[in-house]
Design a protein around this ligand. Sequence first.
Ligand SMILES: Cc1cc2nc3c(=O)[nH]c(=O)nc-3n(C[C@H](O)[C@H](O)[C@H](O)COP(=O)(O)OP(=O)(O)OC[C@H]3O[C@@H](n4cnc5c(N)ncnc54)[C@H](O)[C@@H]3O)c2cc1C
Length: 459
Amino acid sequence: MLSQPIMAKLQQIVGKANVLTSPRALEVYAYDSSPFIHPPEAVVFAENKEQVTAVVKLAAEHSLPLVPRGAGTCLSGSAVPWHGGISLVLTKMNRILDIDPLAGTALVEPGVVNLDLQNALEPYGLMFPPDPASQKSATIGGNIAQCAGGIRGVKFGVMKNHVLGLEVVLPDGETVTTGMLAPAGQFAPDFTGIFHGSEGTFGIVTKVLLKLSPLPEKTMTASAAFASLDEAGQAVSTIIAQGIVPTTLEMLDNTLIKAVDDFLHLGLPRDAEALLLVEVDGYAVELERQMDTIRRIFAENNARDFKMAKDEEERQKLWLARRSGNGALGRIKPAYMVQDVTVPVHKLPEMLRFVAKVAEKYNIVIAQMAHAGDGNLHPHLLYSPDDPEEYHRVEEASREIFMKTLALEGTLTGEHGIGLEKLPYMQHAFSPADLEFMAIVKKALDPTLYFNKGKILDL
Ligand SMILES: Cc1cc2nc3c(=O)[nH]c(=O)nc-3n(C[C@H](O)[C@H](O)[C@H](O)COP(=O)(O)OP(=O)(O)OC[C@H]3O[C@@H](n4cnc5c(N)ncnc54)[C@H](O)[C@@H]3O)c2cc1C
């Protein structure tokens, strides 16, 4: 519990209604969307940069841990206030300040919800490519801090490919600008990159200049079933190797196919080991040829039930299976740990096989979903929270998957961040010199180490 004078100062900065300390509020903000739980001592909502600055300065003065927070959808524990202190919520800073269709840019506050931005851009014939499945609630600030991606990642990459400049309040309360938000920014060193995936450990993003893309002229969507994970994985790696760049190339395994079909009765191929969903978009003239090549590669890998959406309604039907995956798993077990390990695409078949063996070895259910086109696997390790022995097996299985990923020269995270979840594996993923370099940057920006303490690095 924070002292009375600190509480009074917080209330003075942001207003009484913007400071929560009831046991129920603290319990709510103890969570993000990971299995990690620890309450803050106060939840504070900031409405503008001046309030952010004043709260940051107060925290620095009293050596209080401070964790920036968007919508709390983080899957790796980054938004959990692991050392208590202040949970500083940015969701009220949610204004779209400018959309410039000629420059193809948008200037936004960090609390803007990803989908709200997409909806605002549509009338201009524009979109913002990163589209996490959590886009109905996840914020742009959280997207930057986690370097989020989404289903369009194969073609468009992740957040760091679409941010032109930032305004950031540093841990000492100073405001800095980077990239195109800095005066004459193009000619200065571009420090925007260090904030991508920094998980709120370097500062609080208060303004963002985003690079937009035009909405595609046409989209073609298809799905196909495969008798083995191996053949599906092989089809994916051949498509990418042949230089086709689908917008989306998603995979569901048999556990997910059955869970979704039990839930929605879509007539999915229940005996298939894998279902691939592929989408190409762009200028209409290019698309038929790309889809023909994809269909041929699918056939060479013994695909069946090839379905091409004839219109938007059929496209949405094909997507429904993928979109309903996470929720449908609740029919099997009440909770899951989801990983986002990423391997080079040609190693996808080997990794899919390995994860299936790990499930057998630890006698747990692992449902495999993947942004397959960029080698980003999402094994969902299912468990019951009231069965600690089962949770222990899930943790062991998770460790094996992380270590195998590194052995295959993959990365611990494709889009969900390090947080608390992957902290124990950082020493295996990076050299001592790399870790030391990260620590030097962190200490330079946050000498007190109170900004989202204990995330990414064990300092
Ligand atoms: C069902 C589901 C589906 C998901 N699908 C995807 C997906 O497809 N792709 C993907 O990449 N992720 C996905 N995620 C993960 C999550 O949605 C993303 O990591 C998202 O970017 C988090 O945004 P948020 O606003 O919820 O941030 P939070 O969870 O609140 O915070 C995440 C991190 O950002 C920091 N932070 C927040 N705001 C700021 C700020 N203004 N300045 C500095 N740091 C800040 C926090 O301190 C924390 O470290 C999914 C999550 C769920 C629950």
